[in-house]
Design a protein around this ligand. Structure first.
Ligand code: C2E
Ligand code: MG
Ligand code: MG
Ligand code: MG
Length: 292
């Protein structure tokens, strides 16, 4: 009896496992096709100068327009993309679309806009990286000084001489480098000095209670001060209410992004923010249910 039950359980788990393997194989095949069929595209989240309350640029965030499952956020496919190295290809797609978008936007404004693009560690390992970035920037007349590549603390942690060399070659192209999700990993202040960073992005977890929790207020203050000391720009991620914004302004955090201003939007909608068709004054009209 017990043995039979165990057998059934065994069969059950085997089936679940098989289903999972099949599912991930399907996903992998799906994702490969998605790259071929142009189903991946960046959305753009605006970034603001918090003192002047002016638009300064955008962060490109990839989305998968899945034919049956709808619009998928990165959490649904980035891990798989990393595991299969497809992230390298996807990275170039995003980089190219972001450069194309920036070129279009610059035709509508005199002020120069920043475009931030996320980079996975795998992309930094690609031998053709510098050559490919250069040729894409040439194609879209991109001013490299307007681009920032965001890397996470993991990259810094697993640092090799090679990583540092690649980051320095990126800098040599004139592209800036941002340290994303700052505070979530274990990088040390010495890393901040050793790596050629221009910007640090304070992770959303510190921003969430930055208007009410004294410890978080002090931490954000500390990070902003440290950024200033090191000559880096500080960016607050995930600002989603007015109280947080006021606090960050008080703490002199220079830049920010978050649902309070706007969720990531299509290139077409992002353009309206550039042309002024949609203004920052309209942004607080955005209701929570309109956020993605
Ligand atoms: P990230 O680079 O830290 O991006 C910020 C994430 O926070 C985005 O999620 C954004 O939509 C979300 N966010 C922005 N404002 C708010 C807010 O006020 N509240 C809340 N709760 N969330 C906010 P998303 O687009 O789902 O991206 C998740 C992560 O996926 C990114 O985190 C980034 O690490 C990765 N990712 C996105 N696009 C790419 C890409 O093209 N390449 C690579 N390698 N990674 C990417
Ligand atoms: Mg980012
Ligand atoms: Mg981040
Ligand atoms: Mg984050």
């Amino acid at each position: 009896q017990a043995k039979a039950g165990g057998g059934n359980r065994y069969n059950f788990y085997t089936k679940v496992l098989q289903a999972e393997v099949l599912n991930s194989l399907n996903m992998e095949r799906d994702l490969r096709r998605a790259i071929q069929c142009d189903e991946l595209e960046p959305y753009f989240q605006p970034q603001y100068d918090l003192a002047k309350m002016e638009l300064i640029g955008f962060e490109a965030l990839v989305r998968w327009k899945h034919p049956t499952r709808g619009l998928l956020p990165p959490v649904e496919f980035i891990d798989l993309a990393e595991k299969t190295h497809m992230i390298v290809e996807i990275g170039y797609v995003v980089f190219e679309r972001a450069c194309a978008q920036l070129e279009q936007m610059q035709q509508h404004t005199k002020s120069s806009l920043a475009m931030s693009i996320n980079m996975s560690p795998r992309q930094l390992e690609d031998e053709d990286l510098i050559e490919k970035l250069t040729s894409i920037m040439d194609r879209y007349n991109t001013n490299p000084g307007n681009l920032l590549l965001e890397i996470t603390e993991n990259v810094v942690m697993s640092k090799t001489a090679k990583t540092l060399e690649v980051l320095n070659s990126i800098k040599a192209l004139g592209i800036q480098i941002a340290l994303d999700d700052f505070g979530t990993g274990y990088s040390s202040i010495s890393y901040l000095q050793e790596f050629p960073f221009d910007q640090i992005k304070i992770d959303r977890q510190f921003i969430v209670n930055s208007h009410q929790n004294e410890t978080d207020v002090r931490l954000v203050k500390l990070i902003v001060g440290m950024a200033e000391t090191l000559g880096l720009e500080a960016v607050a991620e995930g600002i989603d209410n007015i109280e947080q914004l006021s606090k960050l302004q008080e703490l002199d955090c220079s830049l920010g992004q978050g649902y309070l201003f706007s969720k990531p939007v299509t290139g077409w909608e992002a353009m309206k923010l550039v042309t002024g068709e949609k203004k920052i004054e309209d942004l607080d009209l955005m209701q929570p249910h309109e956020r993605l």
